[in-house]
Design a protein around this ligand. Sequence first.
Ligand code: CUA
Length: 384
Amino acid sequence: MRATLLRYSPGLLLLTLVLSGCGVEYPQSSISPHSDFAHIIHGLYTTIFWWTMLILAVVWVLLTWVIIKYRAKPDDPKPKQIRGHLGLEIGWTVGPAIIVVLIAIPTIQAVFATQQPVSEDAMLVEVTGERFWWEFHYPEYGITTANELWLEKDRPVNLRLASSDVIHSFWVPKLGGKRDLNPTVAVREGEEPSYNWLFFTPEVAGHFYGQCAEFCGESHAFMLMRVNVAEPDDFAAWTESWQASPGALAEVQDPDEEGRDAGLAIQAAQDGEIDETPLVAEGREAFLNQATCGACHAIEGTHAQGDRGPNLTLFGTRRTLAAGIMENNQENLVEWIRDPWRFKPAAAMPGTDYDMEGTAGFWPATALSDEQLEAVAAYLLSLK
Ligand code: CUA
C-alpha cells in the first residue's frame, strides 16, 4: 500500500495542483469577485496571501541554508552553547508586529468601506430567513418573492437582513457577504429590530449561487438561493411581468367574481374557451379551492394570500425549487409537494399524508391525490 502510494505520489501531487487551479470558477467561489464588496474582500485575501507567501519563502530559504551549512559531521565537536540573543529577540518580535500592522491597515479600511452609508439610489430589498428558505421583499415594486433574488446590474442594492425564527446567514460568495440574519421575534414593542444590512453593487450580469452560512436546523445544508443579476432592461421586464401577473385569470380563479366558479373554468379550458390546459385549470381549482395551499402561500391576482410560506407568484419563471436544491420541473415539483421532508427534513410544509407535528407551527397533511398533485404542479409551472 505504502509503496503504491509512493510510486503514484508525483502524479497525486500534480493532480492536487491541477485541481486547485480549477477553484476560481466554481459556483460558490469566493475568489471570483463580481461586485464591489466582493472585490474588497478579494483584495484583502490577496494581500494576506502574498504576505504569507513572503514569510513562507523567507522561512524555507533560511531553513534550507541552516540545514546545509550546519549539518553535523562525524567527529564534530559539540557546538558552542548560547543563551539568549537580544538582537534576534527584538527582530522576531518587531518583524511580525510590522506585518500585523500592514495587514491591519487594509482590513480596517475594508471594514469601513463595507459599512459606509448607503447611496441614495440603492434598491432596498428586505430579506427574511425562514425555515429553510429565503423571502425577498421589494417595497419599491410591491414584490414579494422567494429563493431567487433579482438584482439589477450596476445598481447598488441594500439588503435589510432579518429572520423569522433562528439566526441564518446570507452568503453569496461571488457577490460578497456573509452576514447574519438576526431573529426579530423576541423584539419588544416599540423597539427597532436589530437588522443587519448588506450593501453592494453587482457588476456582472449572470446567475450566482448562495447558501445559508449559519447552522439553523435539520435542513440548514439545503437552504440555498439563486441570485439573478439582470441587465436594466431585463430587470424592468421582470418587475413589469410581476405587475401583470396571473391576475388576468382572476375572473376564473375567484368564484365570487362574475359568477364563474372553478368548475366552470375547468369546463371552459376543456372547451378551449380559455387558453390553458384542463390540467392547469384542475390544478388551480385544487390549489385555490379544494386544498389549503392558500393558507400559507400567496399568488398575486388570486384569493390565495397566505404569508407563512413562499409567495408563489410567477413560480413558473423560477429555475430552481425548494430553495435552490433541485431543478424546477413537473416531475420534481410533484415529488416535492408529495413529500417535502424527503428532500428537506423538518421543512415547514406538510406532505400529502403527514402533518407538521413536532415542528414549530402545525399544519395538517394536504391529502392531495396523485391526480391533484400532477394538476397543482402543472398549475404552478404555468404561472409565468
Ligand atoms: Cu438557515 Cu442555515
